[in-house]
Design a protein. Structure first.
Length: 287
């Protein structure tokens, strides 16, 4: 019954694995719901900022604000890649890394000098493995990002953009469309583009002047874009991990069914053989 014992051992091992993957699926589902709530909570503020920006924007004002400066050619750019600190999320991190590599390739092919800033152990590990120099490597941002995390990522780059050291800043993140759709996305956050009006045109009473409002509003707009990228990436990570763990649980269940059928057939075959031996021995004694 060596084969039977081996099968029982495999069955027990897979049952333990299924318990783990099912638990991880439940945890990811809970975290995904909280992350999704943060995404939805961030969107009204972002929409309001975009409406005000669109209404205030004018060519005359754009010439006065460095964050609106549109360079004739991007000679120096920064790319911020957002990945996760943990794996077991299917192809989530691999897709983000592939998107970042594609963006780096396009920029460098156009003659742009690019510096790479990476958030998350998975992205850091990959680019260090391929020998890419990283301008910054952050692993301290948790799965509950706050506005201060976004500011810590983008403020220094904003200052360098205003000072003329950078011509553009891009962020690569997972855009959270739905639980089943979190495509890797490249977005240019600097220089600031005039947002498309997302609703009916509104008249604003401006106090103080539009120029003073934009002075405060533009940095907030850039930080908010960075914050939304962080929360959407977290939501995408948890959605990907939930899907991966559900698939692992389902595969473990299918494997268990197969192994149990194999074990039962092996056990029945052994019982049949033992019965045949007993009957044969009894017949031999009677003869």
């Amino acid at each position: 019954m060596a084969k039977g014992r081996e099968l029982k051992g495999r069955i027990k091992s897979i049952e333990n694995t299924r318990k783990i993957t099912r638990t991880m699926e439940m945890v990811a589902t809970s975290k995904m719901k909280r992350a999704q709530d943060r995404v939805l909570a961030a969107r009204p503020y972002a929409q309001a900022l975009a409406e005000v920006m669109s209404s205030l924007y004018s060519g005359e004002l754009a010439e006065r604000f460095p964050l609106l400066r549109q360079p004739a050619r991007e000679q120096r750019a920064a790319v911020i890649l957002l990945t996760s600190n943990r794996g077991l999320a299917g192809a989530f991190n691999a897709n983000l890394i592939r998107e970042a590599r594609g963006l780096l390739g396009r920029l460098e092919a156009a003659g742009t000098t690019v510096e790479l800033h990476v958030v998350g152990r998975k992205g850091i590990g990959f680019f260090r493995y391929v020998g890419r120099t990283l301008a910054t490597a952050r692993t301290d941002i948790t799965d509950r990002p706050v506005a201060q995390d976004a500011a810590s990522l983008i403020d220094a780059l904003m200052e360098r953009f205003v000072g003329g050291e950078l011509d553009a800043v891009y962020v690569v993140y997972a855009k959270f469309n739905s639980v089943l759709s979190t495509p890797p996305t490249s977005e240019r956050v600097l220089p600031v583009q005039r947002p498309a009006a997302g609703g009916p045109t509104r008249d604003f009473l401006l106090f103080p002047s539009a120029e003073e409002i934009l002075t405060e509003l533009l940095p907030s707009y850039v930080r908010n874009a960075m914050y939304r990228a962080l929360v959407e990436t977290v939501a995408g990570e948890q959605a990907a991990r939930r899907t991966a763990m559900k698939n692992a649980t389902d595969n473990a269940s299918e494997m268990l069914n197969l192994l149990r059928r194999t074990y039962n057939r092996a056990r029945q075959a052994q019982i049949t053989q033992e019965i045949a031996e007993i009957v044969g021995g009894a017949a031999a004694l009677q003869g």
